[in-house]
Design a protein around this ligand. Structure first.
Ligand SMILES: *Cc1c(COP(=O)(O)O)cnc(C)c1O
Length: 457
């Protein structure tokens, strides 16, 4: 047992050391080698150490180096070493984090993490929280609490009686809402398409003057951090209008919510704490391993009513918070322990420094590409940069070539009619040297493709 775990630790450590020098994408040979998995189920037991060796030899080379410093696709984030280590130890504990009673240890760590999160994000200190798999699920939690509350106001018990025959709920979303928000709305029976889309400005921020009059049960979904531009909806202003009409405001802040933890960026989200529920990811910008999303709900009773396995009318017992009263899952791993470990290791200044450093790197990318004559399509207020290398075809060609080059990885996006390369800087591991190396690769690939600096297509 011991030898196996030590072997795994050594292999993991070697893997992470390789990040500095290996290509960001797996080689074609490594991908080809995955075909060796196409064998029948073993008839008999095999040596576990041999199994681990196979996993490392076949699996490790076939990974994307997304935990390294030069992966800038999808707002991925890496995993801080302390969070990888805490993740291993928590896995060894193998606790079921559903209930407080049998597993008081992990419940207490998660409760402490929640308290710190509310502090560092400056959200209402008595808000309820849930440690879930990601922001999609965190949005679902916030919206389930919202659904409960706005229908309760009309005298309807949605958990008991469902949505058939219930008063209709108006759902307002930004025209720029993240695609996963619609998935959460669909799962909750609120419909992917029966939403009202509110128009946005040139940075993708919701325009308050386009907000329709709100009557009856209403949920307004806002965004802290547009997935393309990083821009924030004017949250405080919209909250005032929504609350005057009795509406619930939910904020999808999968990565942008972390701006609240950084003094230099906090100004981007004035009034953030006025909302009713918030969703974010720890596996993105807090740099803990997958899967780690976070939901916060000001009125904890609404989240509890939506998620509790026991009767919704049971009073909350702050002395023994049972996590599963707030999550869609019953049994689950104690993923909040990794959040605790990172917050403990970095502290307030360490988290702020990590977030601000990523934004500085994004500004450097924008400056370097702009100096070379390429159009930056967004105001670089956060960690997101949209760059055009000419017309759509040329931009796509540069992205394809850059991905094949292997120095760094960026994806393609469509932004308000333009095709762009999106650079998301969200890893603790990205250094200035990584940025310069990646920038040089972008410029040389663009030159090789014949891209000329010029206006956006
Ligand atoms: C990533 C993201 C999501 C989905 O988060 P998952 O953790 O992948 O479920 C939702 N909204 C925004 C703005 C995101 O960036």
């Amino acid at each position: 047992m011991n030898a196996l775990l030590l072997d795994a630790a050594q292999r993991a450590s070697d893997y992470l050391d390789s990040m500095a020098t290996r290509d960001v994408v797996p080689s074609p040979a490594a991908v080809e080698r995955l075909k060796s998995l196409d064998v029948p189920l073993p008839e008999h037991p095999q040596d576990p150490q041999m199994v681990l060796r196979q996993l490392d030899e076949i699996g490790s080379p076939a990974t994307a180096a997304s935990t390294g410093g030069r992966f800038f696709g999808f707002v991925i984030g890496g995993a801080l070493p302390v969070s990888v280590a805490s993740n291993w130890l928590t896995t060894a504990w193998d606790q079921n984090a559903a209930l407080h009673g049998p597993t008081p240890g992990v419940a207490a760590f998660e409760h402490a993490a929640l308290r710190w999160l509310l502090e560092i994000l400056d959200l209402p200190r008595d808000a309820a929280g849930a440690f879930v798999t990601g922001a999609t699920q965190a949005n679902l939690c916030g919206l389930a609490a919202a659904r409960h509350a706005v229908l309760k106001n009309t005298g309807w018990d949605v958990e008991a009686d469902g949505l058939f025959g219930a008063p209709p709920i108006t759902v307002l979303v930004s025209a720029e809402a993240h695609p996963t928000l619609f998935k959460s709305l669909g799962v909750l029976g609120l419909g992917r398409n029966r939403v009202v889309r509110v128009g946005t400005d040139a940075q993708g921020r919701m325009r308050p003057e386009l907000l329709p009059a709100m009557t009856g049960p209403t949920i307004l979904c806002l965004q802290a951090g547009n997935i393309n531009t990083g821009a924030f909806d004017p949250i405080g202003q919209l909250c005032k209008a929504a609350h005057a009409a009795g509406a619930w405001v939910h904020v999808d802040g999968a990565f942008g919510l972390w701006a609240a933890a950084a003094p230099a960026l906090r100004h981007l989200a004035p009034g953030l704490a006025m909302a009713d529920s918030w969703a974010t990811d720890a596996h993105k910008w807090l740099n803990v391993p997958y899967d780690s999303g976070l939901a916060f709900v000001r009125d904890g009773a609404s989240l509890r009513a939506a998620m509790s396995v026991t009767a919704a009318y049971l009073p909350p017992n702050p002395g023994s918070r049972s996590p599963s009263d707030f999550t869609p899952e019953l049994s689950r791993r104690a993923r909040g322990v990794d959040v605790w470990a990172v917050l403990s290791a970095l502290g307030r200044s360490g988290v702020a420094g990590m977030i601000e450093r990523c934004c500085g790197h994004a500004r450097r990318f924008a400056a370097g590409l702009s100096e070379a004559g390429f159009a930056i399509l967004n105001d670089v207020v956060l960690n997101q940069v949209l760059v055009s290398f000419g017309d759509a075809e040329m931009t796509r060609r540069v992205i394809t070539e850059l991905q094949a080059d292997g120095t760094c990885w960026c994806g393609v996006t469509e932004w308000q009619g333009h095709t762009a390369m999106r650079i998301s800087v969200s890893s603790w591991a990205t250094t200035e040297a990584d940025v310069e190396l990646s920038l040089a690769a972008m410029l040389s690939v663009a030159a090789r493709c014949g891209a000329q600096g010029g206006a956006a297509a």
